[in-house]
Design a protein around this ligand. Sequence first.
Ligand SMILES: Nc1nc2c(ncn2[C@@H]2O[C@H](COP(=O)(O)OP(=O)(O)O)[C@@H](O)[C@H]2O)c(=O)[nH]1
Ligand SMILES: Nc1ncnc2c1ncn2[C@@H]1O[C@H](COP(=O)(O)OP(=O)(O)O)[C@@H](O)[C@H]1O
Length: 549
Amino acid sequence: MCKQGKSRFWSGVGNSASSPLPLTNDDQIHRIPAAASTSTPSPPPPHQIPPPIRSSPLLHRRRRRPPPASDPLLLGVSILGRVSVSWGRRRSGHREGIKKLRIAVGQRAFGMVMSHVGLVIGGASALITAHFMGEEAPEFRVESVALESKDCLQNAIDIGDKTYVISRSDDPKSSITIKILDKLTQTWVVPTVLGAPPNPTSSHSAVLVNNEKILIIEKGVPLNDSIWFLEVDTPFVKQQSKIKGTVVVAWSKGVIGEGQKPIVISGPSGVGKGTLIAKLMKEYPSKFGFSVSHTTRAPREKEIDGVHYHFTERSKIEEEISEGKFLEFAHVHGNVYGTSVEAVESVTDEGKRCILDIDVQGARSVRASSLEAIFIFVCPPSFEELEKRLRARGTETEEQIQKRLRNARAELDQSNSPGLFDHLLVNDDLEACYENLKKLLSLDDDHEDSNDSFIKDGKETACYSILSKTNSEILLQSETNEAEKGTTNLLSLDLSLSGGAPGRTRGLKISPIELMPVRVEGQDSATWPSDPCKIDQASQEPGAKLLCS
Ligand SMILES: Nc1nc2c(ncn2[C@@H]2O[C@H](COP(=O)(O)OP(=O)(O)O)[C@@H](O)[C@H]2O)c(=O)[nH]1
Ligand SMILES: Nc1ncnc2c1ncn2[C@@H]1O[C@H](COP(=O)(O)OP(=O)(O)O)[C@@H](O)[C@H]1O
């Protein structure tokens, strides 16, 4: 069993995610040494592109050439790189008219400019948001095919050889649709879209975060509900694409603040995981929440569906796994067990720390996922004691007990994997083990989230849209013009620490940007810059100051 004080199981390096634990003298808890590197999933093969969809192309690639300098669409749009284009048709006013809108954008850029150009041609309006990242952009001809069917807003973002077109109509019930133009083959692909999409709203602004995801800010909704990511090439999307053999994209809701890391508890059947977790949940009902797994095994006598497990059919769970609804799953003791994304996120959304009781294979999958967690392995004092507890529990047949004991040996061996578990907890005396578990958890970064004060201020209820982007920071502008009152209408959204399970991108940081009065040449008194687009300009002026709190 777990040799106390010796690293029998833990000869390798562990993950460094957790904070140092001054518990090494305790003979029942072993801290696993910090990892040199975290295990990551092996790189999946490239996406397999399904047969092209040839109906009504919205965008046609044309030959690359620099746009004419006089092109009015490039007004306010500086030069270069990637371009994101959104356009829409006015609800009122002339509806007939232009059939084709040509947008040509190209050339190289040496900085970042984001500009909005409202263009009304023959009754249609085009809002063009261009964002340049230093790459040559392709040239597009944009046809009004989609505009004819319904008023809609669309947004096209280039990533490598693909253009992601994000469209919405003005029908409040219809959600966003995604199409991908493969610029090399000139074909359209409608990807499999995983995850819950944003609620339908009238419009959004979008910007490329990196080659893995696109940030979308929903307009006209509170900030807490407005931040979304369309994952186009994250490890999760790659994995799902490989499983499905189709092109996959996934929605992930942005969450301000990190929340506490979930706790993964593994160990052989009968070691006492359930007993320890139940004690913890009873003592701290508002602090911890249990991730209710799905399983195909039959319920035990006192088990309640939806509380202990979601008991399900094999075909159902397999279907849901193929739909990307599961963070991890494994075949254990002849049954399928899995943790749905929802199981973890619903606990975290309640502001509680999520506890997962999963087997070693599941722990390995979670370790390889984007979910940052603390991994604890519970070990019996001896194999004989484990067998005794399993039998005393009286929930399994002799055959099932034998299977579980066989698997226990394998699990104990596998738990030895370098970098898998952060902590080892020996469950000999139950009360002592429980006290050690509590000590261990209270040592984890139990800090007040730095975003709490901002969220409590009520700023999160304002409505914002994307103004500009630097490396990992997005400037958001309030849709209500508060600047005139001297208060901030600009927020900085820091994405640098973002992570989380598929379906949520946590760890976003928001901080207000305070504007100082600007003294403009020729004016007697300092004024508040009412147009944030002019801030850059203003900050060049002597006396101008842009403060980030
Ligand atoms: N991978 C994975 N394992 C799970 C999940 N839920 C439970 N398990 C593991 O499945 C194994 C069997 O669980 P269970 O049938 O409740 O039996 P018990 O461990 O003897 O209580 C245990 O090792 C659990 O930790 C899950 O969602 N995913
Ligand atoms: N430290 C302990 N000493 C003695 N019995 C224990 C101890 N911890 C748990 N048990 C008992 O062992 C059995 C198995 O525990 P359980 O929590 O169901 O294990 P698991 O969830 O790991 O399968 C239960 O009957 C439980 O009451």
